[in-house]
Ligand binder design. Structure first.
Ligand code: SAM
Length: 214
């Protein structure tokens, strides 16, 4: 099956599962996910599952990528922070839907591979940094949207501080295995609300304001 047909099938499945944001749907129809996975796994690139990307890390399941992106409600004008670049696929989705993306990955070899994949798609609006994303990226703040793509034990307060008025933050929070997506919204007057969305299972967010056991 060629990759265009495989992508159409993958996206049809996402729509069946409830994804409705047409911009997210169009982007995931366009973006070649297979270039973000190891060659040996490219046959599975368009099935709705997470896949290993080396360094004991994973590229997230397409449904959860679509769902988290949808929860950010991007219009194309935003500056977005992503924590946990991993393969770079989620960063590519964000870069296609927002004005600028800042993404942080703690594992150097993954960051290097992700940079290569993003460059090959000429996604030049992605700024990638190697480091501990649990501290956010204060020099680049404020952000209109923040997406954390690793499971956290709690909500790092510094991320809420780095969110612009009117901004949205989506983060999986829970234990080492199971989490729930937490959606934080900062109103224009600076007041903050939180809401729970889908159950999910992410690898751990490791760092100063995350898990500190590795
Ligand atoms: N968004 C990724 C993608 O599209 O492939 C998937 C992310 S993967 C599920 C989680 C990533 O978060 C891993 O690559 C891991 O190394 C990274 N990570 C964990 N803790 C981190 C931290 N404190 N700062 C930055 N990255 C972190």
């Amino acid at each position: 099956m060629n990759s265009v047909v495989a992508r159409k099938r993958m996206v049809a499945e996402l729509v069946k599962r409830g994804i409705t944001d047409q911009r997210v749907i169009n982007t995931m129809l366009e973006l070649p996910r297979h270039i973000f996975v190891e060659e040996a796994m490219s046959g599975q690139a368009y099935s709705d599952g997470s896949l290993p990307i080396g360094e004991k890390q994973t590229i997230s399941q397409p449904y959860i990528v679509a769902r988290m992106t949808e929860l950010l409600a991007l219009t194309g004008r935003e500056k977005v922070l992503e924590l946990g670049t991993g393969s770079g696929y989620q960063a590519a989705v964000l870069a296609s839907l927002a004005d600028r993306v800042c993404t942080v990955e703690r594992i150097r070899p993954l960051a290097m591979k992700a940079r290569k994949a993003l460059d090959s798609l000429r996604l030049l609006n992605v700024n990638l940094k190697i480091g501990d994303g649990t501290e956010g990226w204060p020099e680049e703040a404020p952000f209109d949207a923040i997406l954390v793509t690793a499971g956290a034990p709690g909500l790092p307060e510094c991320l809420v501080e780095q969110l612009a008025p009117g901004g949205r933050l989506v983060i999986p929070v829970g234990d080492r295995v199971d989490q729930k997506l937490l959606v934080i919204r900062k109103a224009l007057d600076g007041s903050v609300t939180r809401e729970e969305a889908d159950d999910c299972r992410f690898v751990r967010l490791i760092g100063k304001n995350g898990w500190n056991d590795e």
